[in-house]
Design a protein around this ligand. Structure first.
Ligand SMILES: [Zn+2]
Length: 440
């Protein structure tokens, strides 16, 4: 006999009875104008809605599982990585026999095998996100990012903004707006956020809230090491090359890693520093961010809940940022992350810079790269009149002679006009930055 609360596992329709309770009933929390409880909404979710998951790692595995069990059926996943043995403790769609295989393929196979009878179909894409252009991303209704690096998150955030079309009154065309649900975890901390291009703040609006990548100053690691990390870093950047001048460190080789660990331990002992362990060595060398499976599960659950709400309007969507702080007890905070007035991606405004006329072109480029709210890497600059500088390896040669020239000289030579709006592009993101330089 099947009781009221029991679920018949073999029956696909029954498996979604809880989902139907959410989608078939009115809700006092849902927006009355948007939410249409009933069969139509369920059909949209299961027969039309197309979701893309970026990343099939710790967060990605959880997201895929949650989507498949929450009624989503047409799911795509993109990841360029292959499975490493160290992934197996938390990336639960992978087994030891899968080591070396592409994550996207194995994750898709697993979900399809397990949930195929419920109509779920996961399509894998075993490549970089930058390998695809707008036409690929425009087929999805929602995009969920479970990434561990800022570069990829900036890129997809920027691309989704460049895809939005505006009418003549500058109003965005709703059908070109693709919501991005972005999650991230670090040890016991995690965050999820909703980015609706040009409606909410975007990933770049919060760029300066990310700490710069840890790079220990050379003088500290060489002369006055204080932390176990300093000792490991010293062996990595100085001693390895000294001992193995013509061989690159293989971070997947236990012998190489053991050598780094032994040397770092010895150096730490000399300076009376404790705490150099093999796993810390691995962490420093591979720049590993600590991963806790249950934090991934929490953040993935939040992302998929938002995906369900944003696809069906069955409840109010997170506005806009949720932080989970498990490292300080259990503390969750939600707040609206504000748009940044001069955001490179979503503000559309021109940045006004004032610079001494004696600044060189190299100096201008350096200052663009050093700006924590831009974090550019290889900017190219064009003016109305001419190409000011091209950073691509092939074209760079033709423009390098201008690098030592001052901005005043460039104006005099007619390369750029004073107070002219310059366009800055960078391979790191598809957006274009507009700057106007006042010479002082
Ligand atoms: Zn922004």
């Amino acid at each position: 006999m099947v009781g009221d609360g029991d679920v018949v596992m073999s029956d696909g329709a029954d498996r979604h009875k809880h989902l139907c309770k959410v989608l078939y009933r009115k809700s006092p929390f849902a927006d009355e104008d948007c939410f249409q409880p009933g069969e139509e909404t369920r059909k949209y979710l299961q027969e039309e809605c197309k979701v893309l998951v970026i990343g099939a790692g710790g967060l990605g595995c959880e997201i895929l599982k949650d989507l498949a069990l929450s009624g989503f059926r047409d799911i795509h996943v993109i990841d360029m990585d292959t499975i490493d043995i160290t992934n197996l403790n938390r990336q639960f769609l992978f087994r030891s026999r899968d080591v070396g295989r592409p994550k996207a393929d194995v994750a898709a196979d697993f979900i399809n095998r397990r949930c195929g009878h419920m109509g779920v179909n996961v399509t894998p894409h075993n490549c970089k996100i930058q390998d695809y252009a707008e036409d690929f991303y425009s087929q999805f209704n929602v995009i969920i990012a479970g990434l561990d690096n800022i570069t990829a998150r900036r890129w997809i955030n920027s691309l989704l903004h460049t895809m939005v079309e505006f009418d003549e009154d500058e109003n965005p065309d709703g059908s070109t707006i693709k919501p991005l649900l972005d999650g991230g975890t670090e040890g016991l901390k995690g965050q999820s956020r909703v980015i609706i291009p040009y409606m909410t703040s975007c990933f770049d609006c919060s760029l300066d809230s990310f700490p710069p990548q840890v790079n220990y100053p050379m003088c500290t690691i060489a002369e006055t090491p204080r932390l176990p990390e300093h000792c490991i870093e010293y062996v990595l950047v100085v001693e390895w090359d000294k001992h193995f001048p013509n061989r690159k460190l293989n971070t997947d080789s236990p012998q190489d890693m053991k050598w780094i660990f032994d040397q770092a331990k010895e150096r730490a002992d000399t300076f009376g520093i404790r705490g150099v362990t093999y796993s810390l060595t691995m962490g420093v060398v591979k720049r590993i961010i600590p991963a806790v499976a249950s934090t991934n599960a929490l953040i993935a659950a939040s992302l998929v809940n938002e995906a369900l709400k944003i696809s069906t309007y069955c409840g109010p969507v997170l506005n806009t940022y949720m932080m989970y702080m498990g490292n300080e007890g259990v503390y969750i905070h939600t707040f609206e992350y504000e748009k940044k007035d001069d955001c490179l991606v979503c503000s559309g405004t021109i940045r006004n810079l004032s610079m001494p006329a004696a600044t060189s072109l190299q100096g201008l480029i350096d200052s663009l790269c050093a700006d924590p709210s831009l974090k550019l890497q290889r900017p190219s600059i064009t003016s109305d009149k001419a190409v000011v500088f091209m950073s691509s390896p092939l074209l760079r040669k033709d423009h390098e002679y201008k690098l030592p020239m001052t901005l005043r000289q460039l104006v005099d030579e007619g390369v750029l006009g004073e107070n002219e709006v310059l366009i800055v592009t960078d391979p790191i993101i598809p957006s274009k930055l507009k700057i106007r330089i006042a010479l002082t």
